[in-house]
Design a binder for this molecule. Structure first.
Ligand code: 1CP
Length: 340
């Protein structure tokens, strides 16, 4: 397979016209997504229906001709098969029951492979339908981020506060992180066997943690996951997105564990170029709320990013996902600016 511009950039090549994809590109802001989701009946039905999940994976590629598709699934499908019950209440986000703060749960890997088999089928369909110049990105949540949902049973404003669980129940917490680490390695390897061309680890809740905690429970597991993947699939790039890790993003960069790092909205692109670019390829950074705004403000911020990263290996993306009320026409304008 010829390597796509996206794969070449995450592997460190400087490409003049920057490749582009977007976090949450396949989600709620697209009318065609809402139509397919209605057909599926619910978000989880959609995740486990390979034909329909492949359809929504490919929708943003059809609409915007992006360089990469991201598998339509969710980071919380893993705990769903490790011993908790997952549901999505409309308008309220995910629920995992029982929450580990309320009740200890026996975590097991036995059901993972069978439970996640439909996701592998989605990957096979997508890879069959995508042209060779388009990459398919697989993903998983990084252990700490997934653990915050498992501990609390839901998303909250300050997930970093769940470190108190680690302080109060160190044995349970260490076991949880290490179970998630090995389950994530298996899950991502299976995604690669099914056909994804790169994988991204989402550490969406890296902010607000003490430096040593972040080293032990975010960077450490992410690094071991990346190394385990590299040992079997040395050519498949691993991207990590440690959102909100602040200056510690540099520790991710110099660790040598990752091919590329996703920059959060809070990252200064000039700092990132100076401190990180000699170590890894970079991706992302544009404030997703500027795409809601559109117009001159969005264009100026995007142009600044393109200017700053012009001579570096860089993939255009956001600093977090699109929000639901993003106007699709602003996305189209952004893509055409990047393509100019
Ligand atoms: O249709 C709907 O109402 C469901 C909305 C939705 C979608 C479209 C959820 C619920 N998950 C997804 C898909 C999804 N989630 C993808 C694939 C599609 C794409 O990105 O285009 C990916 C990569 C994720 C990853 C994910 N899920 C993360 C990490 C990235 C990030 O956005 O921070 C997290 C934290 C989740 C958990 C999750 N899934 C859904 C919700 C509402 C949440 C909670 C988010 C929160 O706590 O704020």
């Amino acid at each position: 397979m010829t390597q796509s511009a996206f794969i070449r950039a995450v592997k460190g090549e400087v490409i003049r016209q920057k490749p582009v994809w977007f976090m949450r590109q396949a989600g709620r802001y697209l009318p065609e997504y809402r139509a397919t989701r209605a057909k599926a009946g619910s978000f989880l039905n959609l995740c486990f229906n390979p034909e329909l999940a492949a359809e929504v994976t490919l929708q943003p590629i059809d609409r915007y001709d992006l360089d990469a598709a991201i598998l339509f699934a969710d980071i919380l499908l893993l705990p769903m098969f490790m011993g908790q019950e997952l549901s999505f209440e409309t308008g309220e986000g995910p629920r995992l029951k029982p929450a580990l703060i309320d009740e200890p749960v026996h975590l097991s890997h036995d059901r993972l492979e069978k439970g996640l088999a439909p996701i592998m089928e989605t990957i096979r369909i997508c890879r069959r339908e995508l042209s060779e110049d388009k990459a398919l990105i697989g993903f998983a949540g990084a252990p700490w981020t997934v653990a915050t949902y498992m501990i609390g049973g839901r998303g909250i404003k300050d997930p970093a506060s769940f470190r108190s669980y680690a302080y109060e129940q160190p044995g349970n917490f260490d076991a949880l992180i290490s179970e998630l680490e090995s389950a994530t390695i298996n899950y991502l390897k299976n995604q690669i066997r099914a056909g994804v061309n790169a994988v991204q680890l989402f550490e969406s809740w890296a902010s607000g943690l003490p430096a040593d905690f972040l080293r032990s429970y975010c960077l450490g597991p992410a690094c071991r996951i990346a190394n385990a993947i590299k040992a079997e699939f040395p050519d498949v790039p691993v991207i990590v997105f440690p959102k909100g890790a602040g200056y510690q993003v540099k520790e991710y960069a110099v660790s040598g564990c990752f091919d590329a790092i996703g920059l959060g909205t809070e990252s200064d692109p000039v700092w990132a170029v100076e401190e990180l670019s000699e170590h890894v390829a970079l991706q992302g950074g544009l404030d997703p709320l500027l795409v809601v705004q559109g117009g001159e403000k969005m264009r100026a911020a995007a142009e600044k990013i393109l200017f700053v990263f012009a001579e570096k290996p860089y993939v255009f993306n956001l600093g977090h996902g699109f929000v639901p009320h993003t106007p699709p026409e602003n996305v189209a304008e952004l893509v055409s600016l990047i393509r100019q």
